[in-house]
Write a protein that binds this ligand. Structure first.
Ligand code: ATP
Ligand code: MG
Length: 386
């Protein structure tokens, strides 16, 4: 079990390659845009087509959930795909995802499936304003979403969504989910791994902050046991139901002491990147261990850690590296506005020290590129001082 093929050739496949090298794992990636198997770090090195990639692999996995269904079927037919195509498809279709949450009886936001205008009217009367409408397929980074705050917007939003669904070029029909907006106190996620024997190892829940709909900062601190237990139970229910193998992430809205599931991601996740420096075994290694049938590694938090996404920038001042406990992870991608280009992990020995390091970081980084970082550092400072 040492040859892995990853569906998708982005930063997640790249970081799997980096984490798998010490274990002598031979990891290749299938670039869905060029239909070629490539080296996950040096993408210019190619190895052939999907069929030969499948034939040469011991195990096949995915770095994203929007993989074409015929590709998934071809991989699954080899008997090597982990997690299953069912789990990957559920992560890529909010209709299937909501049905899974209901069947696992885990708390989630009140919602309705909207296919017709009459479904739309019913959803608007069954749910309370504000309502968020989300495309069933291909949603990511807050794309394909409409927010209905006032009934005067209803007809325009419906017209826009109807045109969007009609214009969709998806292999499965596009659709809409209407969801009650949740007045959450904060957003958190749990990332964890489950192996073939059904053993589960989860990381401590992470607090997530978004800027313009995109994850900007994740914060890993010691967690209240009850909250962690609640997240662990949801993780167990979902992964056991799917007989899931690999790393999976669950995003939650926290209201008081209650967690409502927002969505699941059947893969390693941006909110788990802090594990590269904040734990003994990062999420990329644990994903590989799970799918290659090795024992799972320790997931405990060893020190308070924050992850800051680098969005739309291909350079940060090198002074950042002079702060102890700072690591930069670049993805070697072309610069584009808002694109995830890399991330910075910041580790500290205490929450106070982490707040101080973030304050220092905010003073070095360009505030135009790291819009909310100063505000985030101030927020952490005031929390520590409470
Ligand atoms: P990503 O890929 O970044 O996770 P996404 O496109 O899959 O995003 P969601 O996670 O469903 O979309 O929504 C993006 C953000 O919008 C959430 O993190 C949250 O801040 C907000 N949001 C989504 N649904 C709700 C809701 N029901 N109530 C309140 N806020 C919501
Ligand atoms: Mg999300």
């Amino acid at each position: 079990m040492n040859k892995v093929l990853v569906l998708g050739a982005g930063q997640l496949a790249r970081m799997m390659k980096l984490a798998g090298a010490p274990l002598n794992l031979d990891i290749k990636a299938f670039d869905v845009r060029t239909n070629k198997v490539v080296h996950p770090i040096a993408n210019e090195y190619t190895f052939g087509d999907l069929a030969s990639g499948i034939a040469q692999a011991d195990v096949i996995t995915a770095e994203f959930e929007h993989v074409k269904h015929d590709v998934l079927a071809q991989c699954e037919a080899s008997g090597k795909l982990l997690p299953s195509s069912q789990a990957i498809k559920i992560g890529g279709d909010r209709r299937l995802e909501k049905a899974l949450l209901e069947s696992c009886q885990v708390a989630n936001a009140k919602h309705r499936v909207v296919d017709t205008y009459s479904d739309f009217s019913n959803a608007v009367s069954d749910l309370e304003l504000p309502i968020i409408f989300k495309s069933a397929l291909e949603g990511y980074d807050g794309k394909g979403q409409w927010r209905l705050k006032d009934m005067s917007q209803a007809e325009a939003i419906w017209a826009d969504m109807e045109a969007f669904v009609k214009g969709a070029n998806t292999s499965v029909p596009q659709g809409i989910i209407a969801e009650q907006m949740v007045p959450f106190d904060r957003e958190v996620s749990i990332v964890g791994a489950r192996n073939k024997n059904g053993e589960i190892a989860v990381y401590p829940i992470t607090e997530n902050h978004h800027t313009n709909g995109v994850l900007s900062v994740s914060l890993a601190l010691p967690v209240a046991e009850k909250l962690q237990q609640q997240a662990f139970e949801v993780f167990s229910k979902i992964t056991n139901k799917l007989d899931y193998v690999g790393v999976l992430a669950i995003e939650f809205f926290q209201l008081g002491d209650t967690l409502l599931v927002n969505e699941i991601a059947p893969r390693v996740h941006n909110s788990g990147h802090w594990t590269q420096q904040g734990t003994d075994t990062c999420q990329f290694e644990n994903h590989l261990r799970a799918i290659c049938n090795m024992p799972l590694g320790n997931t405990e938090l060893i020190r308070p850690t924050a992850m800051i996404n680098i969005l739309g920038e291909d350079n940060v001042p090198e002074d950042v590296l002079a702060i102890s406990g700072v690591a930069i992870h670049w993805y070697n991608k072309g610069k584009r506005v808002g694109r995830k280009m890399g991330h910075i992990n910041v580790c500290a020995n205490s929450e106070q020290q982490l707040a101080d390091k973030l304050t220092k970081l905010a003073s070095i980084l360009d505030p135009k590129a790291f819009e909310d970082l100063q505000q985030f550092a101030d927020m952490l400072q005031s929390r520590v001082n409470q």
